[in-house]
Design a protein around this ligand. Structure first.
Ligand code: F6R
Length: 368
């Protein structure tokens, strides 16, 4: 059942280390990344010259995260698109296009139609799916299953983290096929992924702190989320969780956009969650975000900062500091998303809502 938890979502949040470990298991054998089903030749994989990731909701955010890694590892252009937009456009697709369809349920109507459209245009389709034998993997040329286990909470948590890990495996499989990464580099990236279940386990030690924070800000009228680079999709995901669970106005922004509009929203006491990059990563990203936080704090925002442990530079600007373990930059979303899931769930619970069954939402969206 709920394993002693007040709601399933908290149990599923705590299952994330296991979901990641299970998703990675068996995908690196004899020095090579392997998919689950591959009805597409190695040569065709080598010939891919463009990647689209199509998905909806949280799955779409997992694609936005993966874009940074896949482009970096493969040097292929990657476009990430909402399935509902992709299918009604006239996207430029051909035999050398790889369309990655990401869907927990494997039954989402818009994503399925996007897959069908892509195949009619002769593109190759690879499904990332959490449900064995669902329609989307059945209609795809290759499949990589996430092994998050069944997700009961309507809001995606463990499936989302597993999608990021699986999308990264797709990136490594492409880099391996194209030779843009040497075998030892692929092995090293995989080893870094394998260290993530332990890192996520460490983040879970912040659950009580974040729940307490959630209770204290539950009567806010809105919450904003800011991030840069891979922290930007994390901000979008944090805002989506809060909207769907707590029925609160929430928006995620790329921090660099602040001055182009969103800063006008800042007012006294408004909670703003900032997803910090590592101070050991690209220095420019870190320092830009520090100046963003100081600007919004000076305008009265209540700053909630998710930062790498030991990052002293952010301390003066953080009204609330939530520390996550140090991990490689591209893997940060796997740790920084976790507190945002807990925050949304606890705000919703405090406001008296059913965390596992938010109003108006269905677990699987098979009608458009
Ligand atoms: C948000 C959420 C949804 C799903 C979306 C796609 O918490 O769960 O946004 O991510 O409906 O669903 P799948 O992955 O089943 O295609």
């Amino acid at each position: 059942e709920k394993g002693g938890h007040e709601y399933f979502m908290l149990k599923e949040i705590e299952e994330q280390p296991e979901a990641l470990a299970n998703t990675l298991r068996g995908h690196f054998e004899s020095g090579r990344i392997i998919l689950d089903e591959q009805r597409i030749s190695d040569q065709d994989l080598r010939d891919v010259d463009k990647v689209f990731v199509v998905a909806c909701g949280s799955a779409y955010h997992s694609g936005l995260v993966a874009k940074y890694a896949i482009e970096h590892w493969t040097r292929l252009p990657v476009e990430v698109e909402l399935a509902s937009e992709f299918r009604y456009r006239d996207p430029v697709l051909d035999r050398d296009t790889l369309v990655v369809a990401v869907s927990q349920s494997g039954e989402t109507a818009d994503t399925l139609e996007a897959v069908r459209h892509a195949r009619e245009q002769k593109a190759r389709v690879l499904a990332v799916c959490n449900t064995n034998g669902a329609q989307i993997p059945r209609e795809s040329d290759a499949v990589l299953y996430t092994h998050a286990g069944p997700e009961i909470g309507v809001a995606s948590t463990k499936a989302f983290l597993a999608q990021i890990a699986a999308n990264y495996l797709v990136g490594l499989a492409l880099a391996q096929a194209r030779g843009t990464k040497y075998p030892d580099e692929v092995a090293r990236e995989f080893a870094e992924l394998e260290a993530m279940p332990a890192a996520v386990q460490k983040v879970l030690s912040t659950v009580d702190q974040v729940r307490d924070l959630g209770r204290r800000i539950a009567d806010s009228k809105a919450v904003l989320f800011l991030g840069r680079h891979v922290g930007f999709p994390v901000a979008l995901e944090g805002a989506l969780k809060l909207k769907e669970l707590a029925y609160m106005h929430a928006e995620g922004f790329a921090a660099g956009e602040l001055k182009h509009g969103p800063i006008a929203l800042i007012e006294d006491g408004l909670p703003v969650v900032v997803v910090m990059p590592s101070p050991k990563g690209r220095a420019v990203l870190h320092s830009k975000l520090v100046s963003n936080i100081s600007e919004i704090q000076a305008r009265g925002a209540r700053t909630i900062v998710i930062a790498e442990e030991g990052d002293e530079t952010v301390r003066p600007f953080a009204d609330e500091l939530i520390e996550v373990p140090a991990v490689p930059t591209l893997l940060q979303p796997l740790v920084s998303t976790v507190p945002l899931q807990v925050l949304a769930a606890e705000i919703a619970r405090t406001r008296g809502y059913d965390v596992d069954k938010p109003r108006n939402l269905a677990k699987s969206v098979t009608v458009e």
